[in-house]
Design a protein around this ligand. Structure first.
Ligand SMILES: Cc1cc2nc3c(=O)[nH]c(=O)nc-3n(C[C@H](O)[C@H](O)[C@H](O)COP(=O)(O)OP(=O)(O)OC[C@H]3O[C@@H](n4cnc5c(N)ncnc54)[C@H](O)[C@@H]3O)c2cc1C
Length: 376
């Protein structure tokens, strides 16, 4: 009977919150355990692909996200020095018609806050850092660093790239450091002194690039994210600071429109870019992984969160109406339904060629997690 399942979700990131909302939609009881004691609004943008928007629409978030995000005419790709257009991926209304949902550019904090409104606050337990999982009969017991424990019929590990749930299931394995770093920040567009930027542009250099876009509908906030070599830097943290002078020096000689954006930038964060190879398995009995916990990728297709959000919808379809003794099968079906797609996105993202020239994008943006056939 639907509603008889109790599922614990570890991690209240994009994947964990989307999963909680999607599971509740089919009558499943959820509790989300998050190590952080509060949600922080990190200065970062996020591209919400049409494929992710189809999921978010069913979770009731479309109107809010349209109102808070920027609706770009395209994702343009230019040569770093000459500004020559390599490929202009048109979004706007034509892509919305073709792919069935808009492509939006958001502040990461706005997307996260929107997802948080789709889950009742009492379902989200902040300050709960998972430290252990044990089988207790047919249930799983979760133990937390604060001394609390909880029992659930099944567990979803949505605990990000350094997932403890993955470690518990499959052992430790180091992430793949790409030897590259991302500088990123958001700041008020007023600092550009009246200079307007393109809606969304990736400036392709020889061994580095920068992506610049607006994240607010009134163009009041600008975001950029870079990728460049720096093999010694290995910190992945949303709060590690970078040096704007070093950043400007690294992009010296780029088109003046890029140099202007960097000259106006007051402050910047720095992040080591990592990924993993596709995992052969995602689930063990009544515990599964989802999102970056099982398929972390480089940010070059802007699809990491989109994959976690798609996972949420497909998982909810696999679990709908399932009794506790059917969870292991449902998790296997979920993995079988999602593995090829997420592995293809991981591999494609790694090449960092997405949209560099005319690219077939249908397979990414036309995907509809609510209707795609599930594995048998
Ligand atoms: C520079 C950069 C730019 C990006 N741009 C885009 C983009 O434009 N579009 C896009 O779709 N994706 C983008 N991504 C990818 C996206 O950020 C990730 O794929 C996405 O955040 C994954 O969501 P998640 O919920 O799986 O993991 P996370 O967002 O990492 O969330 C994991 C959560 O689990 C919690 N947690 C971890 N361990 C524990 C524990 N032991 N107990 C309890 N809680 C725990 C964490 O605190 C966190 O809240 C980008 C990534 C980077 C690095």
């Amino acid at each position: 009977m639907a509603g008889s399942l109790r599922i614990a979700i570890v991690g209240a990131g994009m994947g964990g919150l989307a999963t909680a909302a999607a599971l509740r939609r089919v009558g499943i009881e959820v509790a989300v355990y998050e190590q952080a004691t509060q949600f922080a609004r990190i200065g970062a943008g996020i591209q919400i692909g049409c494929n992710a928007m189809k999921v978010l629409r069913e979770l009731g978030l479309e109107r809010r996200l349209r109102a808070q995000s920027f609706y770009p005419r395209s994702w343009n790709n230019r040569d770093w020095r000459t500004g020559e257009i390599k490929f202009d991926m048109i979004f706007g209304e034509s892509a919305e018609r073709k792919f069935g949902a808009p492509y939006l550019l958001a502040h990461r904090g706005d997307l996260h806050a929107a997802l948080a409104t789709a889950v009742p606050a009492e379902c989200v337990k902040l300050g709960h850092k998972l430290v252990g999982l044990d089988e207790v009969g047919d249930s799983v017991r979760l133990s937390f660093a604060n001394g609390a424990t909880a029992l659930a019929d099944a567990v979803v590990g949505a605990d990000g790239v350094h997932s403890l749930v993955r470690e518990i299931l499959f052992g430790t394995s180091p992430v793949n450091f790409t030897g590259r770093i991302a500088y990123r920040t958001t700041y008020p567009a007023a600092l550009l002194g009246g200079e307007r930027i393109d809606d969304c542009t990736k400036w392709w250099g020889e061994d580095r690039h920068i992506v610049i876009y607006y994240v607010k509908p009134d163009r009041s906030e600008v975001y950029f994210v870079t990728s460049q070599p720096e093999p010694e830097f290995r910190i992945e943290s949303w709060s590690a600071k970078g040096d704007v002078r070093q950043l400007r020096a690294a992009f010296k000689g780029f088109d003046p429109r890029v140099e202007n954006v960097l000259a106006a930038c007051p402050d910047v964060h720095k992040w080591a870019i990592v990924d993993r190879d596709a995992l052969p398995r995602w689930a063990e009995r009544n515990v599964t992984l989802l999102g970056d916990a099982c398929h972390p990728m480089t940010p070059y297709m802007a699809q990491g969160a989109a994959m976690a959000i798609e996972d949420a919808a497909v998982l909810s379809r696999c679990l709908e109406g399932v009794e506790p003794d059917g969870v292991a099968n449902a998790f296997r079906r979920f993995e079988a339904s999602r593995r090829d797609r997420t592995a293809r996105v991981q591999e494609t993202s790694r090449t960092n060629t997405w949209l560099k020239e005319k690219t077939d994008t249908d397979w990414v943006y036309a995907y509809d997690a609510w209707t795609v056939p599930l594995a048998g």
